[in-house]
Design a protein. Structure first.
Length: 477
C-alpha cells in the first residue's frame, strides 16, 4: 500500500483525487499547506506527495531537498492554471495532475511508486516453487535475502512476502541503496536531529522508524558504502538506530528484507561487503530465476502488462496475435520482466487492428520489430550452409566507429554515459550494468559532469533542484 500525502483541502476536487487513491489501496495523510506537509514528511515520510498548486510547491520541493527528503512530488490543479503548473514543474515536481482527476492517471501514479499491486503474475513451475517457499518463510521474522538479475521482480517478491507475513497491517517501506549518494542514504535510513547538517532545521524520522511494526526493503544492498554497512549491522543486531546528530539510540521493530543483483558471497571475498552483515541478511535466501529460465511466465506477464497499459492509456484491451506470441516466446529477454514490460507498453501504443501483431513488438536496443527480424531458416539436410555476408569495403560507408575519429576519448565517453542513462530513464544501476562499470564509478562521472554544468538525467523519484534560469522564473512568477 503506497503512502500518499495530500497537500491542500479535501473539500473539493483534490479530495476527490484522495478518495480515488484510497479506493486503489493507498494509505492517506493530509496537510493543509506546504509547511504542514514538511512536518508530516519529517515525522512519517511518504511514497508520493500530491500538492495543490495553490500552495507553494517550489518552496516545499526546495525544503525537502535541503533536508534530504527523497520523495516524488506531483503538482495538482486545473488546466487553466498553466503558469502555476509550469512553475511547479520547473521547481522539480515529478509531473502535473489535472483536476478534476482521472482515476486511471491516479492508478498509474500509484503503480509507479508501489511496484506491482496485484502480486506476482506467474504460471511457470519454477515461479510456483519460489512463491511457495516465500509464503513459507513469510510467517517468520527472519531476514530474507532476495537475489536475481536486474529486472526480475525482486521488489514484487518482497511485497508478496510482506503481504503474507504477520506484519501485513504494518507499513512496507523500500529504499534503493544504489539510487542515493552515501550522505543522503544515511539520513534516509536513520533520520536526523535538528542541526545535524546544513539545512536540517528540524528532526526527521528515517526509513527504519517509518517502517516501525512493518517491513523494510533494502534494495540493491550490494551497492551500500562499507561505513554504512557497519551502521546497518548494528541496527539489525541491536534493533536500534542512531539518527544523524542524535545523542541517544532509538528502538525500532522492523523486519529486514534485502535485495541484490550481485553475488554477495563474491563481494565478501573481494572485500567489498562485510561478511558479518552478509550472514545477518542471508538467514533465508530466495533466488528469482531470470525470465529465460521460466518461459511459461512470459505470455501471462505480457497479457497482464497489455491490460494494464491499455487501461492506463484509455485504449481498448487487445490480445496478441499468434505471430506476436511466437516472437515473445522466442526472445531471450536479457532485461527480464522489466524489458518485457517496456516492450509490451510500446506494443500497446503502436498496435493497430483487433490484436497486437508482431510488427508492434520492438525487441532489442536497435528498435527492430519482431516481424522485421525473423529467425534464420533451417538449412536443408545435405545442403551447403549459406555463405557469410561479405564485409563492407573499407570506406564504403561511415561506420559508427569511423565517425568518431578525431574526437577526444573523454567526449565520446561522456556522451555514451549520458545517452545510456537517458535510455535507462535515469536508473543508475541498470546504466552501470549496461556500461560495464561499477555504480560508484558512474556516480563519480556524473558528479564530474554536473561540475561542468551539464544536465544529468535524474534518478527515478529523485528530487531535482531547479536550474538557475528556472529558479529566476519561479521568483519572477
Amino acid at each position: 500500500m503506497p503512502r500518499l500525502l495530500i497537500v491542500g483541502s479535501l473539500e473539493g476536487e483534490l479530495g476527490q483525487a484522495a478518495r480515488i487513491a484510497a479506493a486503489r489501496g493507498a494509505t492517506l495523510a493530509q496537510a493543509e499547506g506546504a509547511a504542514g506537509a514538511l512536518e508530516r514528511l519529517r515525522a512519517e515520510g511518504a511514497d508520493l506527495v500530491l500538492c495543490d498548486i495553490r500552495h507553494d510547491v517550489a518552496w516545499l520541493i526546495g525544503a525537502m531537498a535541503a533536508e534530504r527528503i527523497a520523495c516524488p512530488v506531483v503538482a495538482c490543479g486545473r488546466n487553466t492554471d498553466a503558469a502555476a503548473a509550469v512553475r511547479a514543474i520547473r521547481a522539480g515536481a515529478k509531473e502535473f495532475l489535472p483536476l478534476p482527476p482521472e482515476p486511471d492517471l491516479i492508478a498509474a501514479m500509484l503503480q509507479s511508486v508501489a511496484g506491482e499491486p496485484d502480486g506476482p503474475v506467474h504460471q511457470d513451475p519454477a515461479s510456483a516453487a519460489l512463491l511457495a517457499r516465500a509464503a513459507q518463510v513469510a510467517r517468520a521474522e527472519a531476514s530474507v535475502l532476495i537475489t536475481g538479475e536486474s529486472g526480475t521482480g525482486k521488489e514484487v517478491l518482497a511485497r508478496y512476502i510482506h503481504a503474507a507475513s504477520r506484519r501485513a497491517r504494518g507499513p512496507f517501506v523500500a529504499v534503493n541503496c544504489a539510487a542515493l549518494p552515501e550522505s543522503l542514504l544515511e539520513s534516509e535510513l536513520f533520520g536526523h536531529e535538528k542541526g545535524a547538517f546544513s539545512g536540517a532545521v528540524a528532526a526527521r524520522k528515517g526509513k527504519f522508524e517509518q517502517a516501525q511494526g512493518g517491513t523494510l526493503l533494502l534494495d540493491e544492498i550490494g551497492e551500500m558504502d562499507p561505513r554504512l554497512q557497519a551502521k546497518l549491522l548494528r541496527a539489525i543486531q541491536e534493533r536500534e538506530i542512531d539518527r544523524l546528530g542524535g545523542t541517544h539510540p532509538v528502538k525500532v521493530d522492523v523486519r529486514i528484507l534485502a535485495a541484490t543483483n550481485r553475488d554477495l558471497g563474491q563481494e565478501v571475498a573481494r572485500g567489498r561487503f562485510r561478511e558479518d552483515l552478509y550472514f545477518r541478511l542471508n538467514v533465508v535466501r530466495l533466488r528469482i530465476p531470470p525470465l529465460r529460465e521460466r518461459p511459461a511466465d512470459i505470455l501471462p506477464l505480457a497479457e497482464h502488462f497489455a491490460r494494464r497499459y491499455a487501461d492506463a492509456n484509455g485504449l481498448p484491451r487487445r490480445g496478441f496475435s499468434p505471430a506476436a506470441r511466437a516472437a515473445l516466446l522466442a526472445h531471450p529477454w536479457p532485461g527480464n520482466v522489466r524489458e518485457l514490460e517496456n516492450a509490451v507498453h510500446r506494443a500497446v501504443l503502436l498496435a493497430e487492428g483487433e490484436a497486437i501483431g508482431a510488427e508492434a513488438i520492438e525487441l532489442g536496443d536497435g528498435g527492430e520489430t519482431a516481424a522485421a527480424a525473423p529467425p534464420p531458416a533451417a538449412t536443408p539436410a545435405g545442403a551447403a550452409a549459406p555463405a557469410a555476408a561479405a564485409p563492407a569495403p573499407r570506406g564504403a560507408a561511415a561506420t559508427p566507429v569511423t565517425a568518431l575519429v578525431g574526437r577526444r576519448v573523454e567526449e565520446v565517453e561522456r556522451e555514451l554515459i549520458l545517452e545510456t542513462l537517458s535510455h535507462c530513464l535515469g536508473n543508475r544501476t541498470r546504466a552501470a550494468e549496461m556500461l560495464g562499470i561499477s555504480i560508484r564509478t558512474l556516480r563519480n562521472k556524473l558528479n564530474e559532469y554536473r561540475g561542468l554544468g551539464l544536465a544529468v538525467p535524474p534518478a527515478p523519484g529523485q528530487l531535482v533542484p531547479p536550474a538557475p534560469a528556472a529558479a529566476d522564473a519561479c521568483r519572477a512568477g
